[in-house]
Design a protein around this ligand. Structure first.
Ligand SMILES: *Cc1c(COP(=O)(O)O)cnc(C)c1O
Length: 385
């Protein structure tokens, strides 16, 4: 997000990351259409919009009609406010950092208050400065990560002044297992949340509810309430692992070939000599490594493609380089500067993640800062990369 990273030209970079803003805004529309009528479809753009660039993506989504944005940190909210102007709601999931309630207010950010301490600090700030700024109150319903426990929540509700000065926009909770629809925790969390929302509304009749992330949206309308908070699905990750992905792919990552060589069975490849070559094997070394988010755990397992030919990582992934076995690729495709597709329509971040024993979220949020980044505009005619 910051000016510390000036744009890198495609000529200078080792790899090029193309982000299709039209596909991201279309994913947002797909999610919006799934929602209960009246439910606000927001966009989670924390962690630089999952590594893909919060300023460009948030601006495109605001242009498509998105009115509510979610970030994790106060600093992310401050930066996003500069991009979006005053109108859109920006909700800071981690709330106000201690002592910085004034900063949250100054930038028109809505804090999620998750602890008795955050609530007390906000109330003190609001009454001292006579400020009315909406807040979101978070209750824990089984994730045990952030949010008031049942006991804390009930304690607050029973104290006649306790939520005074908070101007609650919504009650929030977060699902732990929404990507596994059959998991019994989904229903249990829904019931705990519905109960909490009911008693909250006795005090705050206009309070909204917000429970669902991307996967939660696919659990059905009873999980939607008033505000949905999708992140991953906007960026093309599959909200229902194991089923066909209903989202459009949004990222194309291509790394340049630096060198091609032909080796025989006396040779090994890379650090630690973990890959044994066979006779006549062709290898291509490309300009991408673990410093660029091509995880080292993809060593000897990661896949990619070159002119449509599937290829595999040979040896250990280095910091800035890795080597592919390209024996099956015709020589005409093997020239320095040729582009290997790391993320594409054929291999999504979810697919690459499956080779590294991780999830697509980690692949995207690990993407490095050294790519030449290209943004295909939201109003472009074609949705494909
Ligand atoms: C990250 C996050 C989301 C978005 O989740 P996805 O699975 O990416 O859709 C929503 N709510 C909270 C509280 C989060 O931390």
């Amino acid at each position: 997000m910051s000016a510390l990273h000036p744009p890198i030209s495609a000529d200078h970079a080792g790899a090029i990351l193309t982000i299709n803003l039209a596909a991201i805004t279309e994913n947002w529309r797909i999610l919006k259409r799934k929602l209960r009528p009246g439910c606000d479809c927001g966009a989670v753009v924390k962690a630089d919009a999952y590594g893909l660039g919060a300023p460009n993506i948030a601006a495109a989504l605001a242009g498509a009609g998105c009115k509510t944005f979610y970030v994790a940190h106060l600093g992310e909210g401050v930066e996003l406010r500069k991009v979006l102007g005053r109108a859109p709601r920006i909700i800071v999931l981690h709330g106000a950092n201690p002592g910085l309630e004034g900063e949250v207010f100054k930038h028109g950010l809505i804090p999620v208050l998750s602890t008795p301490h955050q609530i007390t600090a906000w109330r003190t700030f609001a009454s001292n400065t006579d400020v009315l700024q909406e807040t979101v109150i978070q209750v824990d319903t089984g994730m045990n990560r952030l949010g008031l426990s049942d006991k804390e929540f009930t304690g607050h509700l029973n104290d006649p002044d306790c939520f005074e000065g908070l101007t609650p926009l919504a009650l929030m909770s977060h699902l732990a297992s929404a990507n596994t629809p059959k998991h019994p925790l989904n229903k249990a969390q829904l019931e705990r949340f519905s109960r909490a929302l009911r008693v909250f509304r006795v005090k705050f009749p206009d309070a909204k509810g917000t429970l669902s992330n991307s996967s939660g949206i696919f659990l059905g309308e009873t999980w939607h309430h008033d505000y949905a908070r999708p992140g991953a699905a906007l960026y093309g990750l599959n909200p229902q692992p194991g089923n066909k992905n209903p989202m459009l792919p949004v990222a194309l990552l291509q790394a340049k070939i630096l060198q091609v060589r032909r080796v025989d069975s006396t040779e090994t490849v890379g650090y630690g000599a973990t890959f044994q070559a066979t006779d006549g094997m062709k290898l291509a070394t490309v300009s991408i490594g673990y410093a660029d988010g091509f995880l080292r755990s993809l060593s000897n397992t990661g896949a990619a493609s070159l002119d449509g030919f599937p290829i595999r990582v040979a040896g250990i992934v280095s910091m800035d380089l890795l080597t592919f076995d390209v024996s099956n690729v015709p020589d005409s495709s093997l020239r320095p500067g040729a582009m290997i597709d790391i993320l594409s329509q054929e291999q999504t971040a979810d697919d690459l993640a499956s080779h590294a024993d991780t999830i697509g979220y980690e692949i995207l949020t690990s993407l490095g800062q050294r790519y030449a980044r290209r943004y295909l505009p939201a109003n472009a005619p074609g949705l494909s990369l």
